[in-house]
Ligand binder design. Structure first.
Ligand SMILES: Nc1ncnc2c1ncn2[C@@H]1O[C@H](COP(=O)(O)OP(=O)(O)OP(=O)(O)O)[C@@H](O)[C@H]1O
Length: 229
């Protein structure tokens, strides 16, 4: 079982000087679904953004034993991909976003331009293909979530997906459908996906998807053998 991410002495301070978490240490191994829980505002998104190298932090995040900068940050972010909680802040339409992402040089090194894969994945989750031409700001929260997630999954570049409350706006039926798809992708030898770090506020979801459990609380992040109650 190979280690994909090593997090060493990771610390992050908010703009007001509050230490969100300090000296966080954990590893993410192949096959893991690491569920991250904790109260609102405890620093879960900040932790994931640090893993994706979007935040200033101190300490080290190593991917396959090397620092993100050694890959080049765009390349690193195709391999350790963050799917944000609120992508609706993006300008334009999902289709224009897809075109932009598909043209990134870091992607093209690995595979050709994406064609219909994300649109097909999202359609299997009930997203009409016409919605890809609507402005992000005019889509519902659940539509935005499914489109963003379908893009992250169907690009099929990432070995580690960092999912920030990926189903929080979905009804139960859609949520279960999406969860099943993600877990099937993780197990499939035909995808590059090898591990997931997954923030959720749902205890039921954490139980369904998690293989390991991290809790962010009071400035630290600890691993529990089972789901914290
Ligand atoms: N860009 C920023 N500038 C200043 N403060 C920020 C910024 N981003 C986050 N914070 C603050 O850092 C703290 C942690 O935020 P974060 O989004 O990581 O929490 P969270 O645990 O993911 O919360 P939630 O469960 O509500 O999504 C919060 O108090 C938040 O207001």
């Amino acid at each position: 079982m190979s280690t994909l991410l090593q997090v060493q002495q990771l610390s992050c301070t908010a703009e007001n000087g509050l230490v969100l978490f300090g000296n966080v240490e954990f590893v993410v191994n192949e096959g893991d679904v690491v569920v991250v829980t904790g109260k609102s505002g405890s620093g879960k998104s900040t932790l994931l953004k640090s893993l994706a190298h979007f935040n200033l932090y101190s300490g080290h995040v190593l991917y396959r034993g090397r620092a993100p900068t050694s890959y080049g940050i765009p390349e690193y972010r195709t391999k350790v991909a963050y799917v944000p909680q609120r992508p609706s802040l993006l300008p334009g339409t999902p289709r224009s976003f897809l075109r932009t992402v598909s043209s990134f040089k870091a992607r093209q090194k690995h595979k050709g331009p994406i064609v219909d894969a994300p649109i097909n994945v999202a359609q299997s989750w009930g997203i009409d293909p016409q919605l890809w031409d609507r402005e992000w700001s005019n889509l519902s929260g659940g539509e935005v979530q499914r489109i963003s997630l379908a893009t992250g999954l169907a690009l099929n570049d990432a070995e580690v997906l960092l999912l920030d409350e990926p189903t929080s706006a979905l009804d139960r039926e859609s949520c279960l459908l999406v969860e099943r798809f993600i877990l099937d992708n993780l197990k499939s030898p035909e995808t590059d996906l090898k591990a997931i770090v997954w923030i959720t506020h749902s205890v039921e979801q954490a139980e369904r998807v998690g293989t390991r459990f991290l809790q962010v609380s009071g400035g630290s992040c600890s691993e529990d053998q089972s789901l914290p109650v």
